[in-house]
Ligand binder design. Structure first.
Ligand code: NAX
Length: 327
């Protein structure tokens, strides 16, 4: 049987953590034949550490055959030791009266420390997914704080936006969500993201032609996908958790095990593709094979798409500029 791999998860006692850990442990992320050692990080606060103990007791009580070990940590320097995969879910939420700059600064501190810890102790091939918001900028900070690790191994989660877009297209067309191919989401994980179905197909048919309603695209589809997080909060009184965990599983599984040519969306450091400045952590359509992602290149960017991309890029550059002096 395979040698266990180490999977670190931060914010492990939070709501996404609770929806995520059991699926990692059951083999949905890395395969039903891949044993895992879970290295779970929470803040040192007694309440959070106790909650983490409770989650660990429940994982134990599931008796998952693939779980080769579970560890509780309060310091990223031990939590990330030799880790092969790191899912950075814990972040500082926006508190009452907190300014955007304060939020960026609080998270810059967390993701600088975690990036440095990954740099110091993680596997040299560690694959990192940042879920905690602002996800793209936090991923950028972690990447910049880990100069000895490959920059390409730092990614941000745009998959929830991608899956939300797919679900809206499925309900609009009446087709199965699993039949949608070649969907792309560009930019920041925020309401400015640009979900783009111009290239998408369902059973070989063009989604754009099937829908054939540009007004719906601009006035219904894009705002619905962009504001879906807020709609979930309004309905549930809590932010998306199971769907966010599902997207994190999809992102890591596809990265590790490949997509068989299917397009998915990942937030990754630009190398200048599609005119995005280098190092900006940007959502791109990618395919994955052999543990590596590859940007889908050569797509035509029309005028409306370019406007959308410029807008989400400007927002991201604003966030990035807001933390530069802290790095
Ligand atoms: P919760 O508040 O339920 O859980 C977060 C947990 O992280 C808490 O238990 C907290 O103690 C812990 N934590 C905070 N700082 C930490 C640190 N420095 N080290 C380790 N643990 C730390 O939030 P939850 O609903 O689980 O959401 C987690 C993050 O995901 C939030 O930042 C949220 O905004 C973000 N999201 C990102 C999404 C995406 O698509 N990229 C979608 C869903 C979600 O909103």
């Amino acid at each position: 049987s395979k040698k266990p791999v180490r999977v670190a998860v931060t914010g492990a006692a939070g709501q996404i953590g609770y929806a995520l850990l059991f699926r990692i442990a059951s083999g949905e992320m890395l395969g039903k034949d891949q044993p895992v050692i879970l290295q779970l990080l929470e803040i040192p606060d007694e309440k959070a550490q106790n909650a983490l103990k409770g989650v660990i007791m429940e994982i134990e009580d599931c008796a998952f055959p693939l779980v080769a070990g579970i560890e509780a940590h309060s310091d990223p320097m031990t939590a990330f030791k030799d880790t092969d995969y790191a899912l950075l879910v814990g972040a500082r939420p926006r508190g009452p009266g907190m300014e955007r700059a304060d939020l960026l600064a609080a998270n810059a501190q967390i993701f600088t420390a975690q990036g440095k810890a990954l740099n110091a102790v993680a596997s040299r091939d560690v694959r990192v997914l940042v879920v905690g918001n602002p996800a793209n900028t936090n991923a950028y900070i972690a990447m910049k704080s880990a100069p000895d690790l490959p920059a390409k191994n730092f990614t941000a989660m745009l998959r929830l936006d991608h899956n939300r877009a797919a679900s809206q297209i499925a309900s609009k067309t009446g087709k199965a969500v699993g039949s949608i191919e070649k969907l792309a989401v560009w930019g920041n994980h925020s309401p400015t993201m640009y979900a783009d179905y111009r290239f998408a197909t369902i059973e070989g048919q063009s989604v754009k032609e099937l829908i054939n309603d540009e007004q719906w695209n601009r006035e219904v589809f894009l705002p619905t996908v962009g504001k879906r997080g807020a709609a979930i909060i309004a309905a549930r009184g809590l932010s998306s958790a199971a769907s966010a965990a599902g997207a994190a599983i999809d992102h890591m599984r596809d990265w590790a095990l490949g997509t068989n040519g299917k397009w998915v969306t990942m937030g990754i450091p630009s190398k200048g593709e599609y005119g995005i400045p280098a190092e900006v952590m940007f959502g791109y359509p990618v395919t994955c094979e052999g543990g590596e992602y590859k940007i889908v290149e050569g797509l035509e960017i029309d005028e409306f798409s370019q406007e959308c991309i410029n807008k989400t890029l400007a927002e991201l550059q604003g966030e990035q500029d807001g933390v530069k002096h802290l790095l």
